[in-house]
Design a binder for this molecule. Sequence first.
Ligand code: MLT
Length: 318
Amino acid sequence: MAKQRILVSDPISDIGVDLLRNHPEIEVDVNTGLSPEELLKIIPSYHGLIIRSQTKVTAEVLAAATELKAVGRAGVGVDNVDRDAATNHGVIVMNTPTGNTISTAELAFTLMLSAARNIGPAHAGVLAGDFPAARKAYKGIEINNKRLAVIGMGRIGAEFAKRAQAFGMTVVAYDPFLTQARADQLKVELAESPDAALTGADVVTLHVPMTDDTKHIINADRLALMNKGALVVNCARGGLIDEAALKAAIESGHIAGCGLDVYEDEPPSADHPLFNLPKHVSFTPHLGASTNEAQENVGIQVAEQLRDFLTTGEIRNA
Ligand code: MLT
């Protein structure tokens, strides 16, 4: 059998790449940082493609990928793949839904605490030699006894909720797939709608995929439903939040601030409107899955899935 050629176009862990390299029926090329034009040029000779979030697998790429059988996403979100075009071309799209659950929940939780306690601006104040001024400026907010709304109660949302409960928060969750039995098991209140979850919430954290239905799920009207002084946390996808509405709500004093790992446009420009807010803000550059553990997990999972599909036809997580 001719070798199955796999292109790894975004960085994944060495252990995942080695797993493919060591397979006698597979040839693997790691070629990251390709421009869209470069990808179009080389994609026709590959049977498998492994990506994270940088590579955009557009309809044009899929049309050019005449030999392609599968795209493997090392991570959860597949919004950088045109899935309709993939289906039309008979290309399977797989993700690795479990490998970065804990890392993403931990970062989201960190961003909540960081925004509540002004860790980013206070850190900058200390480094700038402004210790007394920073001490005075950055009075924080406790999260104990606060009401947390989790929008999207899948794996990551549930891990966030567990941590929040350990910190004394009460949790209300909205997820169209959340049953009363599962809500009871997680000891969370089940909300019938995003509006119901957000009404009276002190913190919201988002753990849903980016789709036409979830775009701007956090908008001006929904921010207004939250308690005064609330915090907004997002480690999922930037487009879930209407950033202009969030900025206006923070400037009005209704929302205290936000902890964001993701942005409507990535990478965001340095003059992003939210970046000049003085306090209760914490920003990271899409690091949810960026831990040793998560990258090892998703790198191995995606490599195994592509290997098994291309060599035996077994499909997992498609
Ligand atoms: C995900 O969807 O799992 C993350 O965006 C992963 C990543 O950062 O690559």
